[in-house]
Design a protein around this ligand. Structure first.
Ligand SMILES: Nc1nc2c(c(=O)[nH]1)N[C@H]1C(S)=C(S)[C@@H](COP(=O)(O)O)O[C@H]1N2
Ligand SMILES: [Mo]
Length: 243
């Protein structure tokens, strides 16, 4: 580990592994202290990041401003042939989609600003894929369903939406990002894209969609982030609207 700092400093990377571990620790405090802490957390993160660039949320090479996030560290890649997306829970027709199955469905392309809750924004990013609404309609939602839970093949991350949010036209099961297949680092082969919300809602390495009776908190929401994560209207933030 001795040279990690030096190497990272030479590459000019912004945020590091130890910083993220620290943030997870601080995030736990956020549960008790509430949303106001998110801002404090952000300034701590950016302050520490400047001093301690070790590499986990490294700027991706040629990323165009995106930062790499994974709460679990390295994630084993899924190829086009071994990838599956399951749809289950309160549905009439549970399903398991291959990548080819998803590619064969009608595709929607959205160009929208990406906004992370830690402040960075990437303007006008194209995402393309299947409307989550279409997969839910095909599954047949049962009585008593009110929400959707997403699971990820990193084994740890999770997210959720209300059914109303999940049925919006700007919520995609994305196969393409920046007009190319979603790369592994960006959560490929398939990630969620929830255009109107902070980017933590856009679960990477998507592997499961479960229709549930109530909203279950996602990974970061256990650390105090909002479940209804509308950009500019949540998490104590006042970011300019995305478009
Ligand atoms: N599975 C998984 N999905 C995730 C995350 C993660 O750590 N694991 N991080 C979230 C956060 S906080 C952000 S900002 C975006 C980052 O996406 P990117 O790595 O493509 O920039 O992914 C979101 N989805
Ligand atoms: Mo984020």
């Amino acid at each position: 580990m001795g040279n990690v700092n030096d190497d990272a400093a030479q590459r000019g990377t912004p945020v590091g592994r130890r910083v993220m571990l620290g943030v997870i620790g601080l995030g736990a405090a956020g549960v008790a202290a509430g949303p106001v802490l998110s801002r404090a957390l952000d300034s701590v993160l950016s302050g520490v990041a400047r001093k301690d660039p070790t590499g986990l949320t490294d700027l991706l090479p040629n990323s165009g401003g995106f930062r790499y996030y994974s709460v679990t560290g390295p994630v084993e890649a899924r190829s086009a042939t071994d990838y599956r997306l399951t749809v289950d829970g309160l549905v009439d027709h549970p399903a398991s989609y291959t990548l080819a199955d998803l590619e064969a469905l009608p595709q929607t392309r959205i160009v929208h600003d990406v906004q992370c809750v830690t402040g960075w924004r990437v303007s006008a990013t194209p995402f393309q894929g299947v409307k989550l609404a279409d997969l839910l309609a095909a599954a047949g939602i049962q009585r008593g369903a009110a929400a959707v839970r997403f699971s990820c093949f990193d084994g740890s991350y999770s997210e959720s939406l209300t059914l109303d949010q999940a049925r919006r036209d700007d919520v995609l099961v994305a196969l393409r990002m920046q007009d190319r297949p979603v790369t592994h680092d960006h959560g490929g082969p398939v990630r969620l894209y929830v255009a109107p919300m902070y980017f933590y809602k856009s679960a990477k390495w998507l592997s499961g969609i479960t229709v549930t009776p109530t909203v279950q908190k996602g990974y970061w929401e256990h650390y105090g982030y909002d479940t209804d994560a509308w950009v500019g209207r949540s998490n104590g933030r006042d970011d300019a609207p995305t478009s």
